[in-house]
Design a protein around this ligand. Structure first.
Ligand SMILES: C[S@@+](CC[C@H](N)C(=O)[O-])C[C@H]1O[C@@H](n2cnc3c(N)ncnc32)[C@H](O)[C@@H]1O
Length: 213
């Protein structure tokens, strides 16, 4: 009986905490602080939102030139780099230098010595230091809703993507900014992208779009 009360107490705390965070995030937009990097990159999170599944759903293939927006500590960046393989490249972009430092530390671990195709960009999604029509794919995980001016960011993604290249947006219910699929789709379509497919489920999904030719 006591165990049941403890479990119910923990569940109630999680639900109330989520409601509190969601209310705050509705009015105040700011990047997830860098001290949350450990949580974002935790084993539990990777079990619930497996990077290999997100990367496959995004459509990253060998040889692609890929940009990850808001890479954070790099939970998805390493799998993206391995999927793009040695002929491909991943630009890992984040507005917070401290997030990029966490990714840098991970890359310096012996198990990641094989990865040599990541370039760090400490920039905003509004100003990408990349050529027009130069990328095959832009992806982001639990980032899009953190960007206050989404249409400005979308027009920048469109500028750097090649014609008919992919924009993949992944979201997860645990993120306090989590939007319904229909919201993500409406915003990207308003930005001129064409819906291309969906993977995952209602709570943990990736929606793919294409830049029109
Ligand atoms: C919730 S974290 C997600 C990190 C990572 N994608 C993941 O899922 O583990 C959001 C990340 O997006 C970055 N970010 C937020 N707004 C940004 C912007 N306008 N331009 C670039 N990065 C941004 C934040 O610094 C943060 O690292």
């Amino acid at each position: 009986m006591t165990v049941l009360f403890i479990i119910l107490g923990i569940l109630a705390f999680i639900i109330l905490w989520q409601i509190f965070l969601r209310l705050i995030r509705r009015f105040v937009k700011f990047p997830a602080p860098a001290f949350m990097g450990g949580l974002l990159d935790s084993g539990l999170r990777k079990r619930m939102e497996p990077p290999a599944r997100v990367i496959a759903g995004s459509g990253i293939k060998p040889g692609m030139q890929v940009l990850e927006i808001g890479c954070g500590p790099g939970t998805f960046t390493l799998d993206a780099a391995r999927a793009a393989a040695e002929k491909g490249k991943v630009y890992a972009l984040d507005i917070q230098e401290d997030m990029l430092k966490q990714l840098q530390r991970k890359l310096s671990l012996p198990e990641n010595y094989d990865i040599k195709n990541i370039e760090f960009l400490n920039n905003s999604a509004y100003e990408l230091p990349l050529e027009d029509n130069s990328l095959d794919l832009v992806f982001m995980v639990t980032v899009f809703q953190e960007i206050p001016d989404k249409q400005r960011a979308l027009s920048e993604f469109k500028r750097v993507l090649k014609p008919s290249a992919i924009l993949a947006i992944s979201e997860w219910i645990v993120d306090p900014d989590y939007p319904w699929t229909s919201t993500t789709r409406r915003m990207a379509e308003r930005g001129g992208f064409v819906y291309d497919g969906f993977s995952g489920n209602r709570w943990n999904y990736t929606v793919r779009f294409r830049k029109p030719c």
